[in-house]
Design a protein around this ligand. Structure first.
Ligand SMILES: [Zn+2]
Length: 231
């Protein structure tokens, strides 16, 4: 496995490149809304996370090692309320904290190649840079999509469900979110699904863990955690 510090460098560099290449949403209300949801989630996992809203009509969001979160404005039409947005962000943060991108990178590259890979993320038009972006789950911009495996997806779903509930968001809305994602099939299919493919056991898995998540929600509410993030 790559050292965590190397993965954080990669996350940092790819985020810097994305911020340079993509327009950033300036609307204060949208930024406040996304930050409200993201902060409630990251408070549960700890650390200072940077959250950026990109003015991009495609429905997508991502998180990167080094505590970075990016949300496209287009996601806000698919994730209809704070609970559904929390489901996406919980899932994304879970991919990072469960070291999924590290596993993906380490399967293809030796630790000794970490520095070259990080540097390549400065100009992701190169083959190595493109591969790096893809492995980090942010390759769409650069023409490379690398879907997470079913195992990674299930893991991210369950961790994400727990964190959203612990933050005081209604975990049942995660099911609605995935139904919404699936509804928009064909050419209009959300960009998010290209790296986080839907699979038929996802909703069953979420439902199986729902009683436990609802217990967590109950505890969170008893602790006064009841986010009121509004668009
Ligand atoms: Zn995923």
């Amino acid at each position: 496995m790559m050292p965590d510090a190397q993965m954080e460098e990669m996350g940092l560099q790819s985020f810097t490149t994305l911020k340079k290449d993509k327009p950033i949403e300036q609307d204060g209300q949208i930024n406040a809304y996304v930050r409200c949801v993201a902060t409630a989630i990251t408070n549960e996992v700890g650390g200072e996370w940077e959250v950026v809203v990109f003015a991009d009509p495609t429905a997508n969001a991502f998180a990167l090692p080094g505590r970075k979160i990016g949300v496209h404005t287009g996601l806000l039409t698919v994730a209809e309320n704070q609970n559904q947005l929390a489901a996406v962000l919980g899932h994304e943060v879970a991919h990072v904290l469960a070291h999924h991108s590290n596993e993906r990178v380490s399967q293809k590259y030796a630790v000794s190649q970490g520095l070259a890979l990080t540097q390549a993320l400065i100009s992701p038009q190169s083959a190595l840079g493109q591969a790096g972006m893809g492995l980090l789950g942010v390759g769409a911009e650069y023409g490379i999509l690398m879907p997470y495996s079913r195992v990674h997806e299930s893991e991210a779903d369950i961790y994400g469900l727990d964190w959203m509930a612990k933050a005081g968001f209604d975990p049942r809305e995660s099911v609605t979110l995935w139904v919404n994602m699936g509804k928009q099939g064909g050419k209009q299919s959300p960009e998010f699904l290209s790296t986080h493919p839907g699979h038929d056991t996802r909703i069953a898995n979420l439902k199986k863990h729902m009683p436990k998540a609802l217990e967590m929600l109950k505890k969170a509410r008893a602790q006064g955690k009841n986010p009121q993030c509004r668009k």
